[in-house]
Design a protein around this ligand. Structure first.
Ligand code: 0PR
Length: 380
């Protein structure tokens, strides 16, 4: 570190050099990310609230009011307006909070949680941090959580079951309705990870897509993850955790003696209010119609991509249920396909189960990008 500071123009120039090395979503070359270009209205709102700290909400009552409104709006999207929750850093923190609530409310020794094999790796982190035994349920032939496998894994130590609405690798929706019924019957905490699907499934349904029930309208659902920084178009880091009842938030609250609030339930202490402001601004600005159009557009491009992939001689792993396309070839290993695509400037990701090229059709992917990609795929 220099003793004398560098003039700001020079600083910006230096930063631009580093930035040039990064990929951008806008280029249409990032095909394996659940993030996207943040919407300009969200960016402006984010800037406006940069100094706001929801870790000490008494100092920022305006931002706290925005958070309350955001939680109610997200709850409304997910079938229940009067929910309790917070805007946090992302799906990992949301899943961690949910598992912590489930564990704290049960008095069981050596607690276990049951997640599908397709669950995001954040549950491994949660299990490790919270000393939970992680049980992985098998998937059925459509890569959804297998109900009979779940039933086999349930024991008197089970403190939570997790279903995913929009799996990370394939975008599948687990049988949430059946899981909700089982959890209600057996009095087990049921968390739905809709980090990816939460902002699209409800809007696709409104647009006429036939998708299953997956939210708080099912009485067994205790909590849900929904990430504004994925299909919500908010800047990162912006996640959402919603609980059906206040007692779950209370179960993870700690006393905060010298702050303007008495209790805090989030993992992080100092917590940006900018993410909340951006989420609020986008929900208000885009409205249901805006999000409906975004979700629909992504699905239309998903269909075009899925068709193009098959025409190019590749095999779809499964029919896309949401905006993710996963495919492989009987002739070329997926690692080799990914390598050749990288040579042509495409940043794809690989699904682990089954092994496949995985493309997430986020709002930054336009038709021209997908057409250029299919052309390159044909050459491969
Ligand atoms: N739950 C689900 C279903 C997810 O897909 C993810 C992340 C999480 C929870 C965790 O969310 P946070 O990453 O916000 O904590 N899914 C993406 C993934 O792991 C995240 C991602 C986004 C990764 C952009 C890469 C990337 O470029 O694939």
């Amino acid at each position: 570190m220099e003793d004398k500071g560098i003039p700001k123009e020079q600083i910006y120039q230096l930063l631009r050099k580093y930035k040039e090395k990064d990929l951008t979503h806008r280029s249409g070359r990032i095909l394996g990310s659940m993030c996207t270009c943040p919407h300009p209205v969200g960016i402006k709102a984010y800037y406006m609230f940069l100094e706001s700290n929801l870790g000490d909400p008494g100092l920022f009552p305006g931002t706290k009011a925005l958070e309350n409104e955001v939680i109610a709006m997200l709850g409304e999207i997910l079938g229940k307006r009067d929910v309790y929750g917070h805007i946090i850093t992302g799906g990992t923190e949301a899943n961690l909070m949910a598992m912590r609530a489930a564990r704290n409310l049960s008095k069981v020794k050596h607690p276990e949680i049951i997640v599908p094999k397709s669950a995001h790796f954040s549950f491994k982190k949660a299990a490790d941090m919270l000393c939970l035994n992680l049980k992985m349920a098998d998937l059925d032939e459509e890569y959804r959580m297998d109900i009979s496998s779940v039933e086999d894994l349930i024991s008197n130590k089970t403190v939570a079951i997790v279903g995913v609405a929009g799996t990370t690798e394939l975008g599948k929706i687990d049988p949430i309705e059946e899981l909700s019924r089982i959890c209600l019957e057996k009095d087990i905490y049921f968390h739905v990870d809709a980090a990816f699907g939460g902002y699209s499934i409800p809007f696709l349904k409104e647009a006429g897509y036939k998708l299953p029930e997956f939210d708080f309208s099912l009485p067994g659902v205790s909590s849900m993850t929904i990430d504004p920084h994925k299909m919500g178009l908010a800047p990162i880091p912006t996640g959402g955790i919603l609980f059906r009842e206040c007692k779950y938030l209370e179960a993870i609250a700690v006393e905060t003696p010298y702050l303007t609030e008495d209790l805090q339930s989030t993992v992080v202490g100092t917590r940006t209010g900018a993410a909340t402001a951006a989420t609020w601004a986008l929900l208000k600005h885009l409205g249901r119609e805006g999000y409906r159009e975004i979700a629909k557009k992504c699905m239309e491009i998903t269909s075009i991509l899925a068709e193009g992939v098959q025409k190019a001689g590749f095999e779809l792993i499964t029919q896309p249920e949401l905006n993710i396309v996963a495919f492989r070839s009987s002739k070329i290993p997926v690692e080799e396909i990914a390598r050749r695509l990288k040579e042509k400037g495409w940043a794809v990701s690989l699904a682990s189960y089954p092994r496949a090229i995985r493309i997430i059709v986020m709002p930054h992917l336009k038709l021209e990008h997908v057409e250029a990609f299919i052309e390159d795929l044909n050459r491969i």
